[in-house]
Design a protein around this ligand. Structure first.
Ligand code: GAR
Length: 192
């Protein structure tokens, strides 16, 4: 199963996928390309260090979301992805992109969906007085963070947590969750 990862920033989730692949813990999945809309995203360097092909294209050069998404499809399609993995890709995809990759597009989101779609999930969980937080991997549909849930991981919220401490705890859990999901999908009928 050919995996293409889209990211905008640090790419620690990509790093976890690379490590899992190196330890042969990613089932039949193989990372074949990494795309970023941020030209100097650290995640691109992680990919290059692991000898994974990269492409980068800034959305700022495009006047509409659809035009940018069509350009992303052009960059990504030569890699012939079976599964597109959004890992900190901080763009809302247009219906053009979502329809093109329907059933082949997944995202990781730092909350226990359906709670806290969108941004600022950790602050919102703390302000609500929640006792647990976590992360969700879900299929991407046109509805923001609204597609079917594939898997989740939970972490406790400690009494004196800060946003930064909670973010870090959730991120560490994401690094367990995403490889687990991709391995499972690669071994299942649906995405292989
Ligand atoms: C992760 O926490 C991911 O869940 C979140 O961005 C972070 C990326 O970290 N994604 C979203 O908020 C998507 N709306 P990383 O670049 O270190 O993998």
């Amino acid at each position: 199963m050919r995996i293409v990862c889209l990211l905008s920033g640090s790419g620690t989730n990509l790093g976890a996928l690379i490590e899992a692949q190196q330890r042969r813990q990613l089932g039949n999945a193989k990372l074949v390309g990494v795309f970023s809309n941020v030209l100097d995203a650290h995640g691109l360097q992680r990919a290059r260090d692991a000898n994974i092909a990269t492409e980068a294209l800034s959305h700022r050069a495009f006047s509409t979301r659809e035009d940018f998404d069509r350009a992303v499809i052009q960059r990504v399609s030569p890699w012939q992805p079976d599964l597109i993995v959004l890992a900190g890709f901080m763009r809302i995809m247009s219906p053009v992109f979502v329809a093109h990759y329907h059933g082949r597009l997944i995202n990781i989101h730092p909350s226990l969906l359906p709670k806290y779609r969108g941004l600022d999930t950790h602050r919102r969980a703390l302000e609500a007085g929640d006792t647990e937080a976590g992360a969700t991997v879900h299929w991407v549909t046109e509805e923001l963070d609204g597609g079917d849930i594939i898997d989740q991981i939970r972490v406790p919220i400690e009494p004196n947590d800060t946003v930064d401490r909670l973010r870090e705890r959730v991120l560490q859990a994401e690094h367990v969750l995403y490889p687990r999901v991709i391995r499972a999908l690669s071994l299942s009928e649906k995405a292989s």
